[in-house]
Design a protein. Structure first.
Length: 830
């Protein structure tokens, strides 16, 4: 307040010869501010940037909604000319992603229902199956809520993933009930027999799908937090689906199917159903022809099962070998419609000059991006004093010569965000030589995966020899720039900050009654003020803002080297007389680090590299080769470590690879317990090489890399492929028990089970199509999962229909021949 300023002006400073010197006589007291080190501009207008972060358990949407409500509530009390608006709102991306997943799930459910209706030709049966989908999802949501999970992209992704297989249990049961009805049984008996015949195989199939997700709970790092909720969502939904298939589905079948005996009144129903019934009957005739053709093809394959098996396995081995040509990424890139550009000018540049340079860069940005596609350009220039801001910042800003430019694009745009980034990456270095530009992740997903670092590849050179490590870092950066696909390569730390080095002449200072501390304190106050060391003068109880008293020499009085040399220095010792700085120090120009980073207490140099136009794994492999070539030149006691997203990717791949093997082993052991046999479970899992082959070919043809979502899809595919094979082998075993030989049992199993196998496989495949296309915000992240499942199931279904019967026929045929030989060798009885 003016009264406080006046009271400070009246403070006595010193008494000389009986005369009191007051503050107003030697200084100008005013309500001011500390030296500016940070400037924020929004579309060219000065402003203040406030970042709001949430805790790990809070909901992004809930926090954003409450903040917006508070802003709206306080709008009426704002001073004239002051406007508050939101800039980066992560809830928009979260909402769009959730809506996209929900849309995918709805489309998948509709497509699946149409497919089932086409196969069954009975809207009542289709309705029974469709009812089980929302009920299973509801149970899964309740279980997730009980475990403390939230509705997010991953849990919804798991539910969308499950839509295609939620119909599995109900479809198999309804199809089996309809088969029993077609045999002439009464409705109640058909329901009881149909449910009893597939109760155990359906349970084992469901458990096989769920059990493959168990290894995911042993993942580490960020992959665990991303995919454990997905695994929980799928598992709970599948278990609920089996529960409903044992309870709700038979009950509904009793009430709905009993009123329409379609197997005894086709003509009446044909009149009732009209065009669709005739169309479905045509489909049935076509399907019967297809099934007869399949039976003939299977018979041909079973004539030479060994030859067919060898050819199929050779194809699978060749297909798996092409995995070496697939790229490797940790997670698919997401287009969030945001650009985050970091600009670093000449180290030591004054902040107002950096702001002028940033304004010129804004001009290039507006030239590159059409006006109708641009929402906001925010410049965050320099470095704030606040330690809290530095704690949460991952911008890589080290001083007044740095600036971060954030660009928000509109939802509807003519080009992908990556195209504009590539254009700017080419233009800016040409327009502004000597200025460093590098792009950082703007979307929240990539920021999380990078653990706050500005790039996915972080090469750390650690050791006590800072200068030597910096030179090694520069060499590494130069090498990385020649790697195809490596972009935005830079050394984070700057070692060229211009500095005036003052060496105090201790003898002269002592002779005039000065101490080294006096010289240092006076220079610090003159140039930087006492703001960082002064205690709080007053704390406003209403808003918690601290007010401090800072002493500083006006900046216009220190505008040259000579003015600095003429800075007066006062001593703390009695009798000392003021001196000018030039009489007490020897000044020289030098350079020093603008930033010193540490890792486990040792100085560290970071070399960052981003990836564009190539897979992360390929670039990382070449980075490792360059690092190994330079490691021999490291200073003594220094070492190089590659961290960042690359490190997490490798550990996650190892965990998921182990999970894939563990899923196969667990599924096998589960079937062994159920079948009380070691060979038949082996026959069942022989469909899995086909699934792996399909996954490899699909990823190759769709230009999709091997990443965590695609590996998750592979694990998912193992469970579904195993479940379909169980239906085939369990029926073949029943045929053996009825007295058929192995070949006839395999053919009969294929002929009878082709419908439920195709129905469940097609339901899953069709349900995955919306996810595999990857439309909408955030759709890119789950698209590899859908593609892996589709490709794996297509090939696994072929293996289930042809390869599995061949293996079954070979193994059990060999048993039959051995039994026949033992019977012929037994002694004759008289």
């Amino acid at each position: 307040s003016p009264q406080t300023v006046e009271e400070l002006n009246d403070l006595p400073v010193k008494t000389v010869n009986g005369a009191t010197i007051y503050m107003r006589e030697v200084a100008h007291v005013r309500d001011g501010f500390s030296p500016q080190t940070n400037i924020v501009l929004s579309n060219g207008q000065r402003g203040v940037l406030m970042s709001i972060y949430k805790t790990g358990t809070a909901s992004t949407i809930d926090i954003v909604d409450r903040v917006k409500q508070m802003l709206e509530y306080n709008k009426g009390s704002l001073p004239e000319g002051l406007h508050i608006s939101t800039f980066f709102d992560q809830s928009l991306y979260v909402r769009a992603s959730i809506q996209g997943v929900i849309r995918e799930a709805i489309i998948a459910a509709c497509l699946t229902a149409v497919m089932i209706l086409l196969f069954l030709g009975n809207w009542r049966s289709t309705l029974i199956i469709a009812i089980s989908i929302p009920l299973s999802i509801l149970v899964s949501i309740l279980c997730l809520s009980a475990l403390g999970q939230t509705i997010n992209i991953m849990t919804l992704g798991g539910l969308a993933l499950a839509v295609g297989i939620l119909v599995d249990d109900a479809t198999v049961e309804i199809e089996n009930i309809n088969r029993n009805l077609a045999m002439g049984k009464e409705t109640v008996q058909a329901i009881l027999d149909g449910a009893q015949q597939i109760a155990v195989p359906a349970l084992v199939s469901t458990l096989c799908i769920c059990i493959v997700f168990i290894p995911m709970f042993f993942l580490s790092g960020v992959a665990k937090f991303l995919f454990v909720p997905l695994a929980e969502a799928v598992s709970f939904a599948m278990l609920a689906s089996y529960m409903w298939s044992r309870t709700i589905v038979p009950t509904l079948a009793m009430y709905l199917l009993s009123t329409e005996d379609e197997y005894r009144a086709d003509e009446h129903i044909g009149e009732k159903m009209g065009f669709f019934r005739r169309y479905q009957q045509g489909f049935e005739r076509s399907f019967e022809k297809f099934r007869s053709g399949y039976q003939r093809a299977l018979g041909i394959a079973l004539q030479s099962p060994k030859l067919f098996a060898v050819c199929f396995l050779a194809f699978c081995v060749f297909s798996v070998l092409i995995a070496g040509f697939l790229g490797r990424d940790f997670f698919p890139k997401v287009d969030a419609g945001q650009i985050r550009l970091h600009m670093r000018a000449r180290t030591g540049l004054r902040i107002e000059e950096t702001a002028r340079l940033a304004d010129q860069v804004n001009g290039v940005i507006r030239e590159t991006i059409p006006k109708e596609e641009l929402t906001t350009v925010l410049d965050n220039i320099g470095l704030p004093y606040s330690g809290i801001n530095l704690t949460y910042s991952n911008a890589g800003t080290v001083g007044s010569s740095d600036a971060e430019i954030l660009v928000q694009l509109k939802e509807v745009r003519g080009k992908p965000t990556g195209t504009y980034i590539n254009d700017l990456r080419e233009k800016l270095p040409q327009r502004f030589p000597g200025v460093q530009f590098f792009f950082q992740p703007a979307d929240i997903v990539t920021q999380i995966l990078n653990f706050g670092t500005p790039a996915p590849i972080d090469v750390e050179v650690t050791g006590m020899n800072q200068r030597g490590n910096y030179l090694i870092g520069e060499r590494l950066a130069n090498e990385f720039r020649h790697i195809p696909g490596a972009v935005d390569v830079h050394v984070q730390q700057a070692f060229d900050n211009p500095t005036l080095y003052m060496e105090i002449d201790r003898a002269r200072a002592q002779s005039v009654g000065m101490q080294s501390r006096d010289v240092a304190q006076n220079v610090l106050v003159s140039l930087s003020s006492s703001f960082q060391t002064a205690p709080a003068f007053w704390l406003d109880p209403k808003n918690g803002v601290e007010y401090s008293v800072a002493v500083q020499e006006p900046q216009y009085r220190v505008d040259s080297y000579q003015a600095l040399q003429n800075t007066p220095i006062s001593g703390s010792m009695p009798g000392s007389r003021p001196q000018i700085l030039g009489n007490l120090v020897k000044t020289s120009t030098t350079a020093r680090p603008a930033e010193i980073s540490h890792y486990t207490t040792q100085p560290m140099i970071n070399v960052y590299a981003a990836v564009d136009g190539r897979d992360l794994g390929g670039v990382a492999d070449e980075v490792e080769k360059r690092v190994q070539a330079i490691e021999k030149d490291l200073p003594k006691g220094s070492h190089i470590v590659i961290r960042g997203q690359v490190q997490t990717m490798k550990s996650s791949f190892a965990g998921l690879g182990f999970g894939l093997l563990a899923a196969i082993v667990l599924a096998y052991l589960l079937i062994v317990v159920n079948f009380q046999s070691w060979l038949d479970p082996f026959v069942i899992i022989t469909a899995l090489p086909g699934a792996l082959a399909g996954i490899c070919w699909t990823l190759l043809l769709t230009h999709t890399t091997v990443n965590v979502p695609s590996l998750t899809g592979a694990i998912m595919c193992m469970g579904v492929a195993t479940a379909n094979s169980i239906l085939m082998v369990s029926f073949a075993r029943e045929q053996l028990e009825e007295g058929k030989n192995a070949r006839d049992a395999a053919i009969e199993a294929g002929f009878v089970r082709i419908r439920p196998v195709l129905m469940t496989a097609l339901a899953m495949i069709i349900g995955m199509v919306p996810m595999a296309v990857g439309l909408g915000e955030g759709g890119e992240q789950n698209a590899p999962l859908g593609r892996a499942v589709i490709g794996g199931l297509v090939f696994a279904t072929f293996a289930t229909l042809f390869f599995v019967p061949c293996v079954f026929s070979m193994i059990h045929g060999r048993r039959e021949r051995r039994s026949a030989q033992r019977g012929s060798l037994s002694p004759a009885t008289v």
